[in-house]
Design a binder for this molecule. Structure first.
Ligand SMILES: [Zn+2]
Ligand SMILES: [Zn+2]
Length: 253
């Protein structure tokens, strides 16, 4: 399984692209920067997008991506998401006011994109990769995902505050190679992190007590203004398993 980090942040600045992982060059997990990170020809190879939740830092490139691949990809782009996320995307993004409704363009029989509703912890397969949506604890309904291919697994938290099920899944997956967990704010913004259901290095450390195995832990979704503070505070945790997810890097499992 090849995972290219197109965007690894929870906000946008010159050097920070919003959350988007490209799996085996054909499937995107979240679409925070799909249109911004890839040349048009590579965008046209992507046929499926799996969304963790509706927040803009995970969905904002969808309208531009759809326009870039419109008429170029074979059939409709498949969007996999929860019912709540699909509702939000339809209502607030592709609503003909913010952007055209590409689920009815060029016509409703041959649309440019079509939605597939996910069931909680119901695995589904796209291009040989098995995805299992796992409920995490965020402001809107949000799924983390267990990705499995060729007997190897990778776990992705998406956005979450303190949570439980994700760690249970990590502990009961013997083939787990690595996991990505969010760390959005520095400790001085603990209150902001708590009300917005995100983690700081302080709450991350507590969360990691629930993990009963030793695997590389990739930190992601840093808010751009918090990057320096988070780096210092994570270093102070002195946990050799912790590293920062690198934007632009390819991870192979
Ligand atoms: Zn986010
Ligand atoms: Zn979010």
């Amino acid at each position: 399984m090849r995972i290219d980090v197109l965007g690894g942040f929870g906000g946008s600045s010159r050097d920070c692209r919003m959350t988007c992982l490209l799996i085996n060059e054909r499937v995107a997990l979240d679409a925070g920067s799909l249109a911004q990170a890839l040349p048009i020809e590579q965008q046209q190879r992507v046929h499926s997008i799996i969304l963790t939740h509706s927040h803009l830092d995970h969905t904002n490139s969808l309208p531009f991506f759809i326009e870039n691949v419109y008429g170029k990809s074979e059939g409709a782009i498949d969007i996999y998401a929860s019912a709540a996320t699909i509702y939000s995307i339809r209502r607030y993004l592709f609503n003909n006011a913010t952007w055209p409704d590409f689920t009815r363009l060029p016509n409703h029989l041959l649309p440019a994109m079509r939605f597939h509703e996910l069931g909680e912890e119901v695995p589904f397969e796209v291009d040989g990769v098995r995805f299992t949506p796992i409920p995490v604890s965020h402001l809107v309904p949000t799924h983390g995902f267990l990705l499995e291919q060729d007997g190897k697994a990778f776990l992705w938290s998406s956005d979450t505050g303190p949570t439980l099920r994700l760690w249970e899944i990590a502990n009961r997956t013997p083939s787990l190679q690595a996991l990505g967990i969010e760390t959005s704010f520095e400790n001085s913004l603990q209150q902001v992190a708590d009300v917005s259901l995100h983690l700081t290095p302080r709450t991350l450390e507590r969360e990691l007590e629930k993990l009963e195995k030793k695997v590389p832990i990739l930190l992601h979704h840093l808010k751009p203004p918090s990057i320096a503070g988070i780096h210092d505070e994570v270093r102070a945790l002195r946990n050799p398993d912790l590293e920062f997810l690198e934007q632009g890097k390819r991870y192979e499992f």
